[in-house]
Design a protein around this ligand. Structure first.
Ligand SMILES: Cc1cc2nc3c(=O)[nH]c(=O)nc-3n(C[C@H](O)[C@H](O)[C@H](O)COP(=O)(O)OP(=O)(O)OC[C@H]3O[C@@H](n4cnc5c(N)ncnc54)[C@H](O)[C@@H]3O)c2cc1C
Length: 398
């Protein structure tokens, strides 16, 4: 069986690696000219995603990428810098290679793509499915033929639009986001393996110091929805100033980081999620990762969900001889977990959109209680402790 994969972000190359392990033929086609071009500077990988990479033999390469650093504790602060609580994701109790990791997106994508076939500069513009296979069409006029076509092409997935023109559009969360990493800042280092999340009065700021002293930081802030063109038109000088004003008089480190970071990071993007898509597959065509179900950025699980999808889909295509039942089985296996994570992330994201001072005060109070309860009950272990056995047959007929 030959599988055509559209998109070499996180899920696409992971799927190609998993299919290779299953003895199936796969090739990835990516619109950009190289890995890591696009939104988001860095992201966190939790043990559930890391364990899949370990199964696929990709973990050492990812852990060895420049800038990769362990981060498994989060300290929560209010806008005045007062501590609201501390959460440990529990990964420190696992084997060292499964300790949660912060990674640079471009480095992650390059590491995942290193061992698989990827053609860059191939922007999918259409596809034709027929009884015996699927033909993908690219903007440069070339085509590629396979038995199955998988859209791992992200939030605004062209494959999804072609597969189901009536599919709902991603939902704007009410937040814009941006972030990056910066060297040589006069910021007090965060404690080892610990990041800080600051629930400010007019925005949410997160930062953490890696062992080499680089500060990894990000901002989510409530804002009316803007198109990419509208965001770009305002330019980095505007956005830097906008954020400095939002955090003025609050955590001084936030101001230092915003003022001292390179202009290239000041290009926000809208934060969206997408749940309850009526279908993830149609005939020989299927969706994985953000294309099928964009979990909210606040869940910190988007990349991990794409990775979990990838290994699960490879098992289904390995065990069920016909593409259609295999794709249906994949959706059955993955949908309940993904929808649960979306709901959890939406709840958390709602906390970041508040700016009314009374609502902010009530939120901070509630956070203290919730964080205390979560730290006692390991409330998120259902997310982090999930493991997928590659060898186990998927069962079912799809
Ligand atoms: C700011 C930010 C922070 C995040 N932080 C975290 C985090 O801490 N932890 C976490 O787990 N997740 C995080 N996420 C989410 C995570 O990045 C995504 O969920 C994850 O990248 C999804 O992987 P994917 O492979 O489905 O899509 P993507 O990684 O988006 O990859 C899609 C690929 O498809 C390509 N493509 C698109 N259209 C075409 C086309 N027509 N032809 C060919 N190729 C195409 C794109 O260029 C891209 O390379 C974050 C997201 C953002 C925006």
């Amino acid at each position: 069986m030959r599988v055509i994969i559209i998109g070499a972000g996180v899920g696409g190359p992971t799927l190609a690696a998993a299919l290779g392990k299953a003895g199936l033929d796969a090739e990835v086609y990516e619109a950009h000219d190289g890995p890591g071009i696009g939104i988001g500077a860095f992201l966190g990988l939790a043990p559930n995603g890391l364990s899949v990479l370990r199964t696929l033999g990709l973990l050492d390469a990812v852990r060895g990428t420049p800038g990769a650093h362990v981060s498994h504790r989060t300290e929560f602060l209010d806008g005045a810098g007062r501590r609201l609580g501390l959460l440990d994701d529990g990964s420190a109790a696992l084997a060292p290679e499964l300790h949660s990791l912060g990674v640079r997106r471009g480095e992650l994508q390059a590491a995942l793509a290193a061992g698989v076939r990827v053609e860059y500069g191939k922007r999918l513009v259409g596809y034709t499915a027929h009884a015996a296979g699927v033909v993908a069409e690219f903007a440069d006029g070339s085509t590629a033929e396979g038995d199955v076509l998988i859209g791992a092409d992200g939030l605004h997935s062209p494959v999804r639009r072609i597969m189901d023109p009536a599919a709902p559009a991603p939902r704007y969360s009410g937040l814009l986001g941006l972030g990056g990493w910066t060297s040589g800042l006069p910021v007090r280092p965060t404690p080892a393996t610990t990041g800080r999340m600051v629930f400010g009065r007019r925005g949410f700021f997160l930062y953490g110091t890696a062992p080499d002293g680089d500060v990894y930081w990000g901002v989510n802030f409530p804002h009316p929805e803007l198109s990419r063109a509208e965001i770009a038109a305002r330019g980095p000088v505007y956005w830097r100033q906008h954020l400095i004003e939002r955090f003025a008089g609050q955590l001084p480190d936030a101001t230092t980081i915003l003022a001292g970071s390179e202009s290239r990071w000041f290009q926000p993007f809208g934060l969206y999620d997408l749940g309850n898509l009526p279908r993830w597959t149609s005939g020989r065509v299927g969706l994985i990762g953000d294309a099928a179900h964009a979990v909210p950025n606040s869940s910190g699980q988007g990349a991990a969900m794409a990775i979990e999808d990838a290994i699960t889909l490879a098992r289904c295509l390995r065990d069920l001889p016909e593409p259609e039942p295999a794709l249906r089985r994949f959706e059955q296996l993955r949908r309940p977990r993904v929808e649960r994570i979306i709901a959890e992330g939406q709840r958390r994201g709602g906390l970041k959109t508040l700016t009314n001072p009374v609502a902010v005060a009530l939120r901070d109070l509630a956070l203290r209680v919730v964080l205390r309860r979560l730290s006692r009950t390991s409330g998120h272990s259902w997310i982090f402790d999930h493991r997928i056995d590659f060898a186990e047959p998927v069962g079912g007929r799809g």
